[in-house]
Design a protein around this ligand. Structure first.
Ligand code: ASP
Length: 334
């Protein structure tokens, strides 16, 4: 029997066409699907639904909720879901979906392209074919399929602006790769099968700020964020884990943030390998103020998990508890 695949179209370069104002999403999902070869389409029973037509720079928390709801509603009627999406914020969408529809029993596969699918040299068709193949794999979870590789949704990072190998799997092996043997799933990289039924948990707080430290950054920035009622801050700190306290005391501001009930997650500016704030004095002082360690999470996963956790609870202690658990493969806890 043919696998039933739902194609949710949201826009992005893959669907874009030249306009006087620059490239903008113009093709709907049916037009995208019609550009696939007959031999590919014949393998699946594809249903197309247009839910957005946006450049992904315009995809924000409200759109994440919409996408999550459409995915959740469809989970029992399809064997897999493919979401066409712009590449620029795809990693954020993949990360937040991973927690909003945690335990989804079918594959939910995001894909897109670096060149519009109508361009003669586009990578769009190939990426779409890969996403369909992953969507029929039966492996539950949220994934990014791009350039012949499949990445766990919480581990994808866009690392190239124009190269076809635009995404990397960070601090986690690829879930699958294409070779002469077809789609090779890496069993060790697959998400753990969920024991409990999938529940839609789409509440979130968009009031999370990502701060990338630069040497000498003014600690008063924190005061501004508290005045603006931010509820969460993710800090991309230096190296394995450090921030300055000499002359410009960021650590004192962490204390003020904690007292104001703001949850602070500390990560590294380094893309690869875990941070560990207990190694250096400059990190330990931050830990003493109650910050949450991001460990090996990507920035995209840390930001979206914090938004999501703040949507589940008002209690900073409970937010911390969410970070002591791995929800969707986003973190390796030792
Ligand atoms: N700006 C586009 C988008 O994210 C880029 C792309 O899709 O590759 O929608």
């Amino acid at each position: 029997m043919k696998k039933r695949i739902l194609l949710l179209a949201t826009g992005g370069t893959i669907a874009s066409q030249p306009t006087e104002e620059g490239l903008a999403p113009g093709l709907d999902g049916a037009a995208l699907a019609s550009l696939l070869p007959e031999s590919v389409l014949a393998r699946y029973e594809v249903t197309v639904r247009d839910i957005l037509r946006l450049d992904s720079s315009n995809i924000q928390p409200e759109e994440w909720q919409l996408i999550a709801r459409r995915v959740f509603e469809a989970r029992e009627d399809y064997d897999g879901i493919v979401i066409t999406h712009g590449t620029d914020t795809m990693a954020y969408t993949a990360s937040i979906l991973s927690v909003m529809v945690r335990g989804i029993p079918i594959p939910v596969v995001l894909t897109g392209a670096q060149l519009p699918i109508e361009h003669p040299l586009s990578d769009g068709e190939e990426n779409l074919r890969l996403a369909l193949a992953m969507a029929e794999s039966g492996v539950g979870g949220v994934f990014v399929a791009f350039d012949r590789k499949v990445i766990l949704g919480t581990r994808a990072v866009k690392t190239r602006t124009t190269g076809f190998d635009a995404f990397e799997s960070v601090n986690w092996p690829y879930v699958a790769q294409v070779s002469g043997n077809g789609l090779n799933l890496n069993d060790g990289a697959l998400p753990a099968r969920s024991e409990s039924p999938c529940v839609l948990r789409d509440a979130l707080s968009p009031r999370v700020f990502l701060m990338k430290l630069t040497p000498g950054v003014d600690p008063e920035l924190f005061d501004m964020l508290l005045q603006m009622h931010y509820r969460g801050i993710v800090i991309e700190a230096f190296g394995a884990g450090g921030l300055h306290f000499v002359r410009r005391d960021l650590v004192a501001k962490l204390q003020a943030a904690a007292q104001a009930g703001v949850s602070v997650v500390v990560c590294s500016q380094c893309l690869y390998e875990p941070s560990n704030f207990s190694v250096y004095e400059v990190g330990r002082r931050a830990l003493e103020q109650g910050v949450i360690q991001g460990l090996d999470m990507t920035t995209e996963a840390a930001v979206t998990k914090l938004m999501w956790a703040l949507g589940q609870t008002e209690d900073p202690a409970e937010v911390r508890r969410y970070f002591q658990r791995c929800l969707a493969g986003e973190v390796a806890l030792s």
